[in-house]
Design a protein around this ligand. Structure first.
Ligand SMILES: Cc1ncc(COP(=O)(O)O)c(C=O)c1O
Length: 458
C-alpha cells in the first residue's frame, strides 16, 4: 500500500493514469505521456511535485485573479473555516453569503439587484435559462406565454450541462449530444478573420441576421444569451462595445430578455470589472463564476433585475417558486473567498493598475503579430487569443493533424510557462496580479515557442 504522505512522482502518476479521467482530455494520449502534477502555487506560479515552476499563463482555466496562495484570501478562508465550512442555503441563510452579496451588488450594473448562487459557470447559465423561461410562463401578460425559445450564437460556449450545451455552438464539443438538446435559434457571432470581412462588416452582418429573426419571431423568444465583448472558448472572438450596445438595443425593442454570460469576462478580465461596464449596458440577467472567488473555490451566481424576481412572487400554491437549487449553493468558504477577493480589488486598485499592464501586453502582442504564422491577435484587456495559420495571406489554417497550437504550448511549458490552446489559437489569460516582469516573460516565451515550432517543422 502506498502511504499518501510519502507518495513520490511515479506513485502519483500510476494512480492518476490508472484511476483518473481528466476533463476535455483524450485519455489515450494522456496515458501515453508524463503528466505535470501540481503540488503548490505561489503568486503567478504553479509548482509541481518535482519542484518545477510554471508561470500560470491561463490563470488555471481563467479563474485566478490575485495570484495563488494569496495571504489575504487564505486568511479569510481560514477564519471562515473556524466558524463553519458549509450549511445549506435551502431554508437557511448564512453570514458569508449575505456579506458577499452586499459587496457584489455594489459592483454590478445597478439594475441588477437579486443574486441566485450556484457553484460553476454551467449551472449559472442553467439557472439563467430556467429563470428566463419561467419568467414569461408566469408573466402577467398572458400572450407572453408563447415566449419559449432562446437565441444563442454560433461558436458560443456556456458550459457542459445539457441546457448550457443547448445554447452552445461549438460542434467539436457539442455535436455528439445534438439529439439530447433543446432547439435554439443560432445567430452568427462576428468572426471577421474566418468570414474574410472587416470587423465592422462582420458585426453588421450579425446584427442584420439578429434583427431579422427578432422581427419574425420575437413573440416566441424568451431570451438571447451572449458572451459579451469576447467569446472565450471559441478561441477569443471579440466584438466592439458598439456591437454589444446594438444587441442590447434590439433585445429591448423586441421585448426579449438579454442574458450576458460573464463567466469568463467578469471580475476584471476585460480591463473593466465586467464587460457590460465597458459597453455601458445593463442586461436583464448576468451569469458569473470563475473569477468570482478569486479563482479559489467553486462559486457562481446568476443576477437578475427586481422586475424578474417579482414575477416569481406569490402564494406557494400558485407554483411560481423557482424550483432550482444545488447542494453547495452559497457555500460559506467560497463566499468568504469571494468577499476577500472583492476587498482586494479595492485595496490594491487592481483595475487601475491593470491598465498599465494592458499597455505592456499590447506592445508585446504587436511584436508577436509580426510573426509570419500569426493570422490575427484578438485582445480584450487580459483576454487574448493568438490565431495561427499556415498561410496568412491566403487564409489557410494548419491541418488539425499538425496540432500546431498544442505543440507551441508544449514548448512554452518546456520553457516554464503553462499555456493551453483552443485549437490553433493560443490563449493568454494571466492572473490580474501578474507582475510586469512576469508579463514580459509570458510574451517572450510565447513568441519563442511560436518561432521554435515553426522552425522545427521547416
Ligand atoms: C463564457 C463561459 N460560460 C460558462 C462556462 C462554464 O463554466 P464552468 O466550467 O465553470 O461550468 C465557461 C467556461 O469556460 C465560459 O467560458
Amino acid at each position: 500500500m502506498i502511504l499518501f504522505k510519502t507518495m513520490r512522482y511515479e506513485d502519483l502518476v500510476y494512480i492518476d493514469k490508472t484511476h483518473i479521467w481528466h476533463p476535455f482530455t483524450q485519455m489515450q494520449e494522456w496515458i501515453e505521456n508524463q503528466p505535470i502534477i501540481i503540488e503548490k502555487g505561489k503568486g503567478s506560479y504553479l509548482i509541481d511535485i518535482q519542484g518545477n515552476k510554471y508561470l500560470d499563463g491561463v490563470s488555471s482555466l481563467w479563474t485566478n485573479v490575485h495570484g495563488h496562495n494569496n495571504p489575504t484570501i487564505n486568511k479569510a478562508i481560514s477564519a471562515q473555516l473556524k466558524k463553519i465550512a458549509h450549511s445549506t442555503f435551502l431554508g437557511l441563510s448564512n453570514v458569508a453569503a449575505i456579506e458577499f452579496t452586499e459587496r457584489l451588488i455594489e459592483i454590478v450594473p445597478n439594475n441588477l439587484s437579486r443574486v441566485f448562487f450556484s457553484d460553476n459557470g454551467s449551472t449559472s447559465v442553467e439557472v439563467a435559462l430556467k429563470i428566463a423561461y419561467q419568467y414569461w410562463q408566469q408573466h402577467p401578460v398572458s400572450q407572453n406565454k408563447t415566449k419559449k425559445k432562446f437565441i444563442s450564437f454560433h461558436n458560443a460556449y456556456h458550459g457542459d450541462t445539457l441546457g448550457s450545451v443547448s445554447v452552445g455552438g461549438i460542434d467539436l464539443f457539442h455535436g455528439v449530444y445534438s439529439s439530447l438538446l433543446f432547439d435554439t435559434i443560432k445567430v452568427a457571432y462576428p468572426y471577421a478573420l474566418k468570414e474574410k470581412l472587416s470587423q465592422g462588416e462582420s458585426e453588421q452582418k450579425s446584427l442584420n441576421e439578429l434583427e431579422k429573426i427578432l422581427q419574425a419571431q420575437s413573440h416566441n423568444i424568451a431570451a438571447l444569451i451572449i458572451e459579451p465583448l469576447m467569446q472565450g472558448a471559441s478561441g477569443m472572438l471579440n466584438t466592439t462595445a458598439t456591437y454589444l450596445q446594438k444587441v442590447r438595443q434590439l433585445t429591448k425593442t423586441y421585448n426579449v430578455l438579454m442574458i450576458v454570460d460573464e463567466v469568463a469576462t467578469g471580475f476584471g478580465r476585460t480591463g473593466a470589472m465586467f464587460a457590460c461596464d465597458k459597453a455601458n449596458i445593463q442586461p436583464d440577467i448576468m451569469c458569473m463564476a470563475k473569477g468570482i472567488s478569486g479563482g479559489y473555490l467553486p462559486l457562481a451566481a446568476t443576477l437578475t433585475t427586481e422586475d424578474i424576481f417579482n414575477n416569481f412572487l406569490g402564494n406557494y400554491s400558485e407554483n411560481k417558486t423557482f424550483f432550482h437549487g444545488h447542494t453547495y449553493t452559497a457555500n460559506q468558504l467560497a463566499c468568504s473567498a469571494g468577499l476577500a477577493s472583492l476587498k482586494l480589488f479595492e485595496k490594491n486598485n487592481i483595475l487601475e493598475r491593470l491598465q498599465e499592464k494592458i499597455i505592456i501586453l499590447i506592445a508585446g502582442l504587436q511584436e508577436i503579430g509580426k510573426l509570419l504564422p500569426v493570422a490575427q491577435i484578438r485582445q480584450e484587456g487580459f483576454m487574448i487569443g493568438i490565431e495561427i495559420y499556415q498561410d496568412k495571406e491566403n487564409h489557410i489554417p494548419f491541418p488539425s493533424s499538425q496540432k500546431i497550437g498544442y505543440r507551441i504550448c508544449q514548448e512554452a511549458i518546456r520553457c516554464g510557462v503553462f499555456l493551453r490552446p483552443l485549437g490553433d489559437t493560443l490563449i493568454l489569460m494571466p492572473p490580474l496580479s501578474i507582475s510586469k516582469k512576469e508579463l514580459k516573460l509570458l510574451l517572450e516565451i510565447t513568441k519563442h515557442s511560436i518561432i521554435k515550432i515553426l522552425e522545427d517543422d521547416k
